[in-house]
Design a protein around this ligand. Structure first.
Ligand code: TYM
Length: 325
């Protein structure tokens, strides 16, 4: 039987280069050899401020963007989390086995609650994420590096469940790319590129047009030196750009650093911008061709497929926990 890959992306805020290089490219790759299930995690997105008026549109745009990035809906199952109630149910069941100590160690809660306030939904975010993954008995979870801690909690919960009730869950592995796992902000290269950064110039969006990409890359913070070198300590801005260039050209950062050692920063940034424009061109053109109604209909059909697929596992968990005869 094929192993299962599962991952999710929040539908709020536009998908940026970090999401694309850290996660989506691996989603696409894993379709080849895994039974892949990908989820627009709308319930997770409710844990930070959002606008209910535009949320339906944002969900659809996220689904389209994921397809444009290369997810083939004939091959992978793509659906909205809230269409499959078993996510929230399993989240509750796992919550009964999650210690506050474990949740208090989650660094994303600390970061996000500084902005969004301390709410139960945000606190329980990693438990719902564990439910997402375990619901499909996933073996592989393609994510960026910022999700490692959540994956560890997921494994702990799976192990605890298997011991306490019944051996139901495999222990999922995080699939983190060797490069691109932590794409940094263009404005502040010591913090990661993020949807919630108020500065739009801090991130290139997956669907940004060529002019915007060139402009944002041109303004990327480098440093006061003149040398191009792969060195995260002394040259985080340049190293981030080298890594991005490497991912879009399929060349090693070392050979790129050698080649550009004497290049002026401005010229180098234009080279990176051009590579990003070219690399994202197919994504942009696929996105433009997608029909809203067709994708919306697909998501309705996939809601049924998701529910059907989740039901047997949910039933097994309920029985193991004594909730069914
Ligand atoms: P989200 O939407 O915040 O991020 C989606 C994916 O993008 C990755 N990512 C990055 N990778 C590299 N560099 C960056 N600067 C960067 N910023 C974000 C994230 O690691 C993520 O893989 N909690 C998940 C959503 C989720 C999920 C799940 C994932 C919910 N349930 C179950 C896997 C399995 C998240 O961070 O979404």
């Amino acid at each position: 039987m094929m192993e299962v890959a599962f991952s999710g992306i929040q539908p709020t805020g536009d998908i940026h280069l970090g999401n694309y290089l850290g996660a989506l490219r691996n989603w696409v790759r894993l379709q080849e050899s895994f039974d892949a299930v990908y989820c627009i995690v709308d319930l997770h997105a409710l844990t930070i401020p959002y606008d209910p008026e535009t949320f339906a549109t944002e969900r659809l745009e996220a689904a389209k963007a994921v397809i444009a990035a290369g997810i083939d809906p004939d091959r992978s199952l793509l659906y909205y989390q809230s269409d499959v109630p078993a996510h929230a149910e399993l989240g509750w069941l796992l919550g009964t086995m999650t210690s506050l100590g474990a949740l208090n160690r989650m660094t994303q809660f600390k970061d996000k609650s500084d902005q969004a306030g301390e709410f139960l939904g945000l606190y329980a975010y990693p438990v719902l994420m564990a439910a997402d993954i375990l619901l499909y008995r996933a073996n592989a979870v393609p994510v960026g590096e910022d999700q490692t801690q959540h994956l560890e909690l997921t494994r702990d919960l799976a192990e605890r469940f298997n011991q306490r009730y019944q051996e139901i869950f495999p222990l999922p592995e995080a699939i983190i790319p060797e490069r691109g796992a932590r794409v940094m902000s263009l404005k502040n290269p010591t913090s990661k590129m993020s949807k919630s950064d108020p500065s739009e110039a801090s991130r290139v969006l997956m669907l940004d047009g060529p002019d915007t990409i060139v402009k944002k890359m041109g303004k990327a913070v480098t440093d006061s030196g003149t040398e191009i070198r792969y060195d995260w300590l002394e040259k985080p801005g340049i190293s981030n750009l080298l890594e991005i260039l490497s991912l879009f050209t399929d060349r090693s950062v070392d050979s790129l650093a050698d080649e550009h050692a004497g290049t002026q920063y401005g010229v180098f940034k234009k080279t990176v911008a051009d590579a990003v424009v070219e690399g994202l061109e197919p994504v942009r053109s696929r996105y433009a061709e997608l029909d809203d109604v067709e994708v919306a209909n697909l998501m309705v059909r996939n809601a049924d497929r998701g529910r059907e697929r989740a039901a047997p596992l949910q039933d097994e968990v309920m029985r193991a926990m004594g909730l069914r005869p």
